[in-house]
Design a protein around this ligand. Structure first.
Ligand code: PLP
Ligand code: COI
Length: 341
């Protein structure tokens, strides 16, 4: 396979043009078979509900090339199921699991030359999304939907890669409301988080950590990733909250933490606990594991990596996860799937 001519080890987490994307339409009660196209734009009715009322949700997963040249994806069924939950929550027609997986595989196959070569540290980011494409002016669900998959090669989400980042706890902006849609991957949650994220980066932080919107007492998550910490007593702790996205990477780390002898605990995490943790990190598809170097909360700052190096458990979890995702290590849990040609 002749690969595209790209600076693979130095890719940003951004949009790079690839050859084709795939689009499915739901109309009159059924999904069509999908078409591949090189068109990067969408023909969309100006009254489509995604444009006015936020009927949109998306997913994110990564495809890696393995040592033997296969292309693999990680727990794709979980992304398919989460998209179904997201669609149902905002009354959109969900693409069935098989259609979701078929769409991702066809989009990856149409762009194999953009799957970063094994060992470059980069990956092919797969971004499936569903939109209300039918025209409405009243606030109601659309009568037509599109499911689209675009792919783009990416480098690390946080520029520094696997290096500790500084985070700030945001109390003046809420990303998601109790009983709202924070537990699904709908675009509005990200629109709501933009102003806090941009302000934090202007102040030199990598991103924000949100507290629960109701009491401002418990840790929630960051804009693009879940939060976890390692306690001095050897627990892997991660927030249990109805306003965070159930992360597939976090779910996997809970399993891997147990392998490392850490005791996993998913429970409400009080913000004051951050001053006691041994290590902290963000996790997600894009963020993989991003160790947290410091958290600023009001006028206090806690540092986890005084020597500038990620902690022992963040490092071990990262290495174990990446080895499974890239096919370097055996896959005892059946998480990895080869993309059939
Ligand atoms: N939380 C938010 C708000 C996200 O956008 C993501 C990214 O998908 C995650 C957490 C991590 O989820 P996952 O591990 O499934 O990628
Ligand atoms: C992902 O990790 O796949 C995400 O969707 C997070 C982000 C880029 C919004």
């Amino acid at each position: 396979m002749i690969k595209a001519d790209m600076d693979w080890p130095n890719l940003a987490f951004g949009y790079y043009k690839t050859d084709q994307n795939i689009r499915f339409t739901w109309r009159n009660g059924s999904w069509d078979n999908g078409v591949l196209t090189s068109d990067e734009t969408l023909p969309l009715h100006m009254a489509a509900t995604c444009l006015h009322y936020g009927q949109e949700c998306f997913e994110g997963l990564k495809a890696y090339e393995t040592k033997n040249g296969d292309v693999v994806v990680f727990r794709i069924e979980e992304n398919a199921r989460r998209m179904i939950r997201s669609c149902k929550k905002i009354l959109m027609e969900p693409p069935p699991e098989e259609l979701f997986i078929d769409g991702c595989f066809r989009a990856i196959n149409a762009n194999r030359k953009y799957v970063p070569p094994y060992g470059t540290g980069a990956s092919l980011y797969v971004r499936p999304f569903t939109i209300g494409s039918g025209a409405e002016v009243g606030v109601k669900p659309a009568s037509e939907y599109m499911f689209i998959v675009l792919v783009t090669p990416v480098g690390p989400y946080f520029k520094t890669g696997f290096k500790p980042v500084d985070m700030i706890i945001e109390e003046k902006v809420d990303r998601a409301a109790p009983l709202g849609v924070g537990d699904v991957k709908v675009g509005g949650n990200y629109a709501a988080s933009l102003r806090a994220g941009v302000a934090a980066r202007k102040k030199g932080y990598a991103d924000v950590l949100y507290l629960d919107a109701k009491e401002k007492k418990y840790m929630d998550e960051s804009g693009p990733a879940n939060f976890f910490a390692i306690t001095k007593q050897g627990q892997y702790v991660t927030p249990d909250s109805e306003t965070i996205l159930p992360s597939i990477i976090n779910m996997s780390l809970i399993t891997l933490a147990e392998e490392l002898g850490l005791r996993p605990e998913r429970r409400p995490v009080e913000v004051e606990e951050i001053f006691e943790f041994a290590e902290a990190g963000c996790c997600g598809t894009a963020a993989v594991i991003t160790p947290i170097g410091s958290i600023t909360y009001r006028d206090r700052k806690v540092e986890y990596c005084k020597d500038g190096q990620p902690g022992r458990y963040c490092t071990e979890l990262y290495q174990r996860l990446i080895a499974i995702q890239t096919g370097d290590a055996p896959d005892p849990y059946g998480w990895v799937r080869v993309v059939p040609k």
